[in-house]
Design a binder for this molecule. Structure first.
Ligand code: GRG
Length: 319
């Protein structure tokens, strides 16, 4: 599977280099942070690592790091220091995202056999271990954030960290991603159709919540003011929707080999998607409008850095 950092690098942009550097930083940290035998039974450690290191764009960690940098730069603080502070949270977000993909692919959920260009976890390890690998990743994410960075001596940083953990827990939980998945599951089972608002509300929980939490947690760790946080939240809400609309478009237009997952699956299953509801052209326009609004949200508080480029990358992504 072609990863966006490499794809972006091919496009020759400065963003491509920044993304590749962030991805390398996140991957190295994930390798350090994930438990190994004998602390953890090898089978579960192998299954967790199989999915985490299968590729993936690392969008959520990248957003957290970019938001931390942008806030630090705007407030006259050191962006590299803010990024270092946000790195464990960035990794935890990727662990939570990977758990959601493993569970989403299970026969009881979306029942898929290809993810990140590889056979899905339950195909390789069996259903029981795939469930446990997901459970392990979710739990390790919170253990990691509790442990790192070690800021106990600094009450300001402790407060920021606890707030960031709370934001992520809410986004991943029953009122966020889990709730969105439950709505999706129920609709798939009953054959109920979504209208525009229903589709948007489902995706806001299922994919939007964690994307929003990624940007918000990075901003909070870097000491965002209330105005800055509100601006980042508006940016990320639009970005999350754009991401989902583009995902639906790619499901129609993309090839499984490029996407690293089964293309055309949503259409084949008669799932409610943006192209199904609005057609491809209108969906493209809607995703571009979301990104436009996302950029405006940032301008309101002059928070920029890498965030606008990331928004444009999401709009133009092919994987
Ligand atoms: C099982 C609680 C639970 C939730 C699952 C996120 C999710 C909820 C399911 C994934 C289903 C899906 C394919 C949704 C479309 C948007 C999406 C999350 C795509 C995958 O995210 P990317 O493109 O993946 O960031 P990579 O592999 O690049 O990290």
């Amino acid at each position: 599977m072609t990863s966006p950092p490499r794809a972006a690098r091919r496009d020759g942009g400065d963003l491509g280099i920044w993304l590749a550097d962030r991805r390398a930083e996140v991957d190295a940290a994930l390798d350090r942070f994930l438990p190994v035998a004998p602390a953890c039974p090898p089978r579960v450690s192998d299954a967790m690592r199989y999915s985490v290191f299968a590729g993936g764009k690392r969008l959520r960690p990248t957003l957290a790091l970019a938001a931390a940098e942008a806030v630090a730069a705007a407030n006259g603080d050191d962006p590299a220091l803010a990024r270092a502070l946000a790195l464990p949270v960035a990794c935890a977000l990727e662990l939570i995202h990977t758990y959601s993909l493993i569970h989403d692919d299970l026969p009881a959920m979306d029942d898929d056999t290809l993810r990140r260009g590889r056979p899905t976890s339950h195909v390789v390890f069996g259903e029981g271990l795939a469930i446990l690998a997901g459970d392990g990743l979710l739990t390790e994410a919170f253990a990691l954030m509790a442990r790192e960075p070690a800021v106990d001596a600094d009450p300001v940083l402790v407060r920021r960290k606890v707030r960031a953990i709370g934001i992520i827990a809410e986004a991943a939980g029953a009122c966020g991603m889990v709730g969105g998945q439950a709505i999706d599951l129920e609709a798939a089972g009953s054959g109920a159709a979504f209208d525009r608002d229903g589709l948007r509300a489902m995706h806001a929980r299922k994919t939007g919540a964690l994307i929003g939490a990624s940007a918000a947690a990075g901003a909070v760790l870097a000491g965002a003011t209330d105005d800055q946080l509100a601006s980042i939240e508006r940016f990320a809400a639009e970005l999350g929707l754009a991401f989902q609309i583009v995902d639906d478009i790619l499901d129609v237009e993309g090839a499984s080999a490029d996407l690293g997952k089964t293309a055309g699956k949503d259409a084949a299953a008669g799932k409610p998607t943006y192209p199904a509801l609005f057609g491809l052209e209108r969906s493209r326009q809607m995703s571009a409008d979301c990104v436009q609004r996302a950029l405006e949200a940032l301008r309101a508080t002059r928070l920029e850095g890498r965030l606008p480029d990331i928004a444009r990358w999401i709009l133009n992504r092919r994987t």
